[in-house]
Design a protein around this ligand. Structure first.
Ligand code: ADP
Length: 478
């Protein structure tokens, strides 16, 4: 029973451990998922922010360059030309970086120098390169790169205008018409670039917004998974706890019953061991004062009977203890030999000598546990002898066997004292003795029932007091 409780508790612990481990794994994965999603979203968003900042430097550089170039065309002041060159170097730096990133093998040194020339913050540069390389083929980012490429072409045009203006100013060949045409081209270029720059910023803004929404959805989903796992794990824990509590309570109740049974068992065993001893002591006392040899002989026979009873009882106890510890061991058994054995054992006892045995076996070989069959038949046959009716002229015991469908039926019938109907339901209980009989210990039929149950069978009794008793054992054929 203790082993059973430990098995149950171990089983529950194992189940709980396994389920908890799975839930813990899912929760850990979800937590890792949240970390990964957030780290990458922060990386992407800060990259996008760096590009937006870069774009504003690009735009400022282009606008300043356009303004300085117009001043230079109008006033021919060299300082304006140098300021133009410095300002246009910013978008040109970004252009070098973009071309470098799209031309394999990537020359990271040139790319970084380009981005630095584009007045991007040095700490943002690695992240900007990572974002470009990772997402260059993703639709929205691809669109931003296309706008950037178109913008770079216009920067090239502006640079070209600057170069030819400088050339004409240095040579002194710039006419008023050429001057007007150049200023108009610069303004047109600047207006078109402003559109591109706005489109670039808007695309990056859209990317940031989309990422924000996706990260929010991912965070909500992962949090839901974690909450669900926590709730499931709590529910399983509570259910298992109440299950194990219930199991332990049940086992406790059973243990209490077993304890009570053990008390009764010890009481009965000591009582049954003592009673033959008490009668032997009484007989010996009587023999002390007896001189009549015939009487002494009678006392000796009585002492022998008491000792035989005690011997039988001890044997039954041994069988009881043994049967508790052996499982079922089915082999090919000769029912005929087992019955012969049982009859031989029992016919030596006092009562057995006056009883006639009849053996009517239709089935002699079966697949079963020989030891258990021996226990069953020995107890049934010895009971038939013990409770035989001395008043009847012939006392008999019949052992029959036959097959019925897939079952074996073994019957032990006698014309003994019989069993009262009110006792018939209880004679298989441990220590139940019917009526006032002094030969009983109340364990034999309990052992029989136990053995039959272990063989997946059943036992029935039919009896008429004063006439006969028939015990029918039904067990599977194999
Ligand atoms: P015991 O081992 O002391 O005989 P059992 O458990 O075998 O105890 O039997 C329980 C009771 O059933 C006995 O007290 C007895 O009165 C009754 N009983 C069992 N077998 C027979 C039988 N063949 N004829 C009459 N009574 C019987």
């Amino acid at each position: 029973m203790r082993g059973k409780i430990i098995d149950t508790i171990n089983g529950l612990l194992l189940f709980r451990k396994r389920t908890s481990l799975i839930l813990l794994l899912v929760m850990s994965l979800a937590a890792a998922g949240i970390i990964v999603v957030n780290v990458y979203s922060v990386k992407i968003l800060s990259g996008a922010r760096a590009y937006v900042n870069g774009e504003s430097e690009y735009s400022k550089g282009q606008k300043d360059a356009s303004a300085y170039l117009i001043n230079y065309i109008n006033l021919h002041n060299k300082t304006d030309y140098f300021a133009f060159k410095n300002s246009i170097a910013i978008p040109k730096g970004d252009h070098i970086a973009r071309v470098g990133l799209t031309t394999p093998p990537v020359d990271y040194k040139t790319v970084k120098e380009g981005l630095l020339a584009g007045k991007n913050h040095p700490e943002d540069i690695d992240n900007m390169i990572w974002l470009f390389e990772t997402f260059k083929n993703v639709t929205m980012f691809k669109k931003a790169i296309e706008i950037w490429t178109e913008g770079d072409e216009m920067i090239y045009d502006l640079d070209q205008i600057g170069a030819s203006a400088h050339d004409e100013i240095v040579k002194g060949t710039m006419s008023e018409d050429a001057k007007r045409a150049m200023i108009a081209a610069i303004n047109k270029n600047s207006a078109a670039l402003t559109i591109k720059e706005d489109a670039f910023s808007e695309t990056l803004g859209n990317i940031s917004r989309q990422i924000n929404t996706e990260v929010l959805v991912a965070n909500v989903l992962i949090t839901l998974i974690i909450v669900l796992c926590s709730l499931t794990s709590a529910a399983i824990m509570i259910r298992n706890l109440s299950k194990s509590q219930k199991k332990i309570l049940e086992q406790n109740e059973r243990l209490q019953l077993i304890n009570a049974g053990l008390d009764k068992f010890v009481f009965n065993v000591t009582h049954d061991l003592r009673s033959p001893l008490a009668s032997i002591m009484g007989l010996i006392n009587l023999m002390d004062d007896e001189t009549d040899l015939e009487q002494i002989k009678e006392y000796t026979i009585m002492i022998k009977e008491s000792l035989e009873r005690q011997d039988r009882f001890i044997n039954e106890m041994l069988t009881f203890i043994k049967s508790k510890h052996t499982g079922v061991n089915k082999t090919e058994c000769s029912l005929s030999s087992i019955v012969d054995n049982v009859i031989a054992q029992n016919s030596h006892h006092n009562g057995g000598k006056r009883v006639h045995f009849y053996k009517e076996l239709e089935l002699t070989q079966i697949q079963s546990d020989a030891l258990k069959l021996q226990v069953i038949l020995n107890n049934l046959v010895s009971n038939s002898i013990k409770y035989s009716d001395a008043k009847k002229t012939e006392q008999w015991v019949k052992v029959k066997s036959y097959r019925h469908d897939k079952e074996v039926v073994i019957e032990v019938e006698d014309n003994g004292l019989g069993i009262r109907p009110k006792d018939q339901d209880r004679i298989f209980d441990k220590f139940y003795m019917s009526g006032d009989n002094k030969k009983s210990s109340g364990i034999g039929l309990y052992l029989v029932k136990d053995a039959v149950t272990q063989l997946d069978g059943k036992i029935e009794v039919r009896s008429e007091p004063g006439v006969c008793s028939k015990f029918r054992v039904i067990i599977p054929f194999s």
